[in-house]
Design a binder for this molecule. Structure first.
Ligand code: NAD
Length: 308
């Protein structure tokens, strides 16, 4: 059945201004409606949502406006035959630039200077602390959209980039690719380890005590993937004990990061509140992708980003 309506679930407003997102979809040949949990849906409806809801399964097509669709029960969608799509493919620049920001901040010590600035303190760092990212090494774990966005930018900064990937096909800007079972070798020489994998049963807790021990003591962990990919207690111990130098974190086991978390207190930890993808154009980028998949559905083509 062709789609006759696109329902934008109210949870979209958690990520982008919902009216702007709906307005950016107004080229579609069907009505676009903002709906709550009580929308009666059938197979002529499409849904775009940030969060999953049980009732979505009755729609003709469900689109998650996030790249990480781990909150959605893909098995239920497969059993029901309802196609589910996600929003990967658009975060190379946004999250890539965030990762560059973390690396340059740590190297050039901007986070420390800003901390001092809030106390009006002029400050000379210990001579051995500042460095340049140029000629340093980065290991990118997961070479999808974000991982490649990081790799090309890091390579442009003069860094040596290695990566972890399930296939051994080469990737632009990456000098060596390791399979997931050689993770410890891959991260062993890196000044920065960047996580860009989805949250799946294989990646959950992928970075824990043993991995921190394989990392250099002057290495920084950067997690822009999902909180559960890192064993957060092991990370806190590794930071406390100086097993690694620091961490740039956009994602956490519990979000918002609880006020009681020790992660707030480390000078060498930069906490960003899961804003890796956020820009003033994000509603437009998300809408363009949703529109493309909508048109594919209407013409019976395979759906881009289909995950169930
Ligand atoms: P993507 O699907 O383009 O890339 C993910 C890559 O990881 C794929 O190439 C996949 O093959 C690979 N992968 C999966 N399991 C692996 C494993 N065990 N070892 C090595 N590689 C593995 O997705 P993306 O757009 O690059 O996003 C990646 C993840 O980042 C998302 O799933 C999401 O959870 C997270 N994300 C975070 C933000 C943020 O704001 N911080 C924004 C977008 C996405």
């Amino acid at each position: 059945d062709p789609l006759e309506r696109l329902c934008v679930h109210e949870s979209v407003d958690e990520k982008v201004p919902i009216e702007s997102f709906a307005a950016a979809l107004d080229d579609l040949p069907v009505p676009v409606e903002i709906v709550g949990d009580d929308a009666g849906l059938d197979e002529t409806d499409a849904v775009a949502s940030y969060r999953p809801r049980d009732g979505f399964i009755d729609a003709g097509w469900v689109h998650c406006i996030r790249a990480g669709y781990d909150e959605f029960d893909t098995e239920a969608y497969e059993d029901a035959g309802t196609p589910l799509t996600n929003s990967t493919g658009i975060h190379d620049t946004t999250v890539g630039e965030l990762v560059v920001g973390y690396m340059v901040m740590f190297a050039r010590r901007l986070h420390v200077y800003r901390d001092k600035q809030t106390r009006r303190q002029w400050y000379d760092p210990p001579y051995d602390r500042p460095f340049t990212v140029d000629t340093e090494s980065v290991c990118v774990v997961g070479l999808g959209t974000i991982g490649r966005g990081v790799a090309t930018r890091a390579s442009a900064l003069g860094m040596d980039v290695v990566g972890v990937r399930r296939s051994d096909a080469s990737v632009e800007g990456v000098s060596a690719i390791y399979p997931p079972d050689e993770l410890n070798e891959a991260i062993g020489d890196a000044r920065f380890v960047v996580l860009a994998v989805p949250d799946t049963p294989e990646t959950e807790g992928m970075i824990s005590t043993a991995e921190f021990q394989h990392m250099r003591s002057d290495a920084y962990l950067i997690n822009v993937a999902r909180g559960p990919v890192v064993d957060e207690d092991a990370l806190i111990s590794a930071l406390d004990d100086g097993v690694i130098a620091g961490a740039g974190l956009d994602v956490f086991r519990t979000e918002p990061l609880p006020e009681s978390s020790p992660l707030w207190d480390f000078e060498e930890v930069i906490v960003s509140p899961h804003q890796g993808s956020t820009t003033n154009c994000y509603h437009r980028d998300l809408a363009e992708l949703a529109e493309e998949i909508f048109r594919q559905y209407q013409s019976g083509e395979p759906l881009r980003n289909r995950v169930a």
